[in-house]
Ligand binder design. Structure first.
Ligand code: HEC
Length: 95
């Protein structure tokens, strides 16, 4: 596999073009997505939902309620977003 082809509706494509022309860093772009997609509603410091804070989680071990630790790599992060509570094979301990 050498690449992906993404097919978009014209309005989506226009939005993608506009977002792609800014010169913001990946972390600024990520934070914008984090808010726009509603992640901050649960993971933000002021959220009322009990979800773990995500600051600094990437690349570090995460403690699960089973007593196991998993490395928060790309696969773990992806699984956690798509299938909450199953990323790494168990719920994370509260922190
Ligand atoms: C409705 C509330 C809610 C929303 C919205 C939400 N999450 Fe979560 N998320 C959780 C909860 C609760 C957990 C803990 C699940 C568990 O116990 O394993 C979690 C776990 C995670 C983890 C693993 C955390 C860790 O410490 O190991 C990541 C990464 C994550 N979410 C990313 C995201 C991203 C990115 C978004 C936005 C696209 C998002 N979440 C939206 C509630 C939410």
């Amino acid at each position: 596999m050498i690449g992906w082809v993404v097919v978009m509706e014209p309005s989506e494509y226009q939005q993608w073009l506009e977002e792609g022309t800014t010169e913001e860093s990946m972390s600024v772009a990520g934070e914008r997505l984090f808010r726009r997609l509603g992640c901050s509603g649960c993971h933000g410091a002021n959220a009322t939902v009990r979800a773990p804070l995500l600051d600094g989680v990437y690349g570090h071990p995460v403690a699960l309620e089973t007593g196991r630790f998993v490395q928060a790599d790309e696969r773990y992060i992806r699984d956690s977003i798509l299938l909450p509570a199953s990323g790494g094979g168990g719920r994370v301990t509260s922190r």
